[in-house]
Ligand binder design. Structure first.
Ligand code: CMP
Length: 141
């Protein structure tokens, strides 16, 4: 199986509730290795650019306002099948539909405040990692 990299974000709701450690423990527990991480606060421009594919959606401004409402923790995860593995441990986008034991089931409140983001495919993973990290900031191992 291929070793992949994917971008993961602990969103402002989970950071506010002191769940950074809980989220990262679940990611590491799923066999994913953190090879880069930073705590940052996005500007409206940065959040709008990151979620640019959703620009025409009704919830776009709500999403941007939420993602800029406090610090986020961004990390690059590496491992076998990392993109799918991360999505499995995150659970469904709507926490009400997420399987028990997943991050969103445990830490998410609703479809907007859903604790985490994860890249959904290899091309978006590449783009999203490059949005936050230079290659020199990643410690592959
Ligand atoms: P994420 O994985 O970060 O990718 C896009 C985000 O848009 C998604 O998680 C949700 O948090 C958010 N989102 C999707 N649908 C809605 C909605 N109906 N209302 C508010 N936010 C939404």
């Amino acid at each position: 199986m291929a070793i992949e990299r994917t971008l993961s974000i602990v969103k402002p709701d989970a950071v506010r509730k002191n769940h950074i450690g809980g989220v990262l423990a679940k990611l590491e527990g799923a066999g994913l290795t953190i090879i880069g991480a930073k705590l940052i606060k996005l500007s409206q421009e940065q959040a709008g650019a990151f979620y640019g594919v959703h620009r025409e959606r009704s919830f776009f401004q709500e999403l941007v306002d939420f993602m800029t409402s406090g610090p986020i923790m961004v990390q690059v995860l590496e491992g076998e099948n990392a993109i799918l593995r991360n999505r499995e441990v995150m659970g469904a986008t709507d926490p009400a539909k997420a399987e028990a034991g997943t991050i969103r089931a445990e830490y998410g409140a609703d479809i907007g405040e859903n604790a985490v983001h994860g890249s959904d495919a290899p091309d978006t993973a590449r783009t999203e990692i490059a949005f936050f990290f230079a290659e020199s900031e990643l410690q592959s191992r």
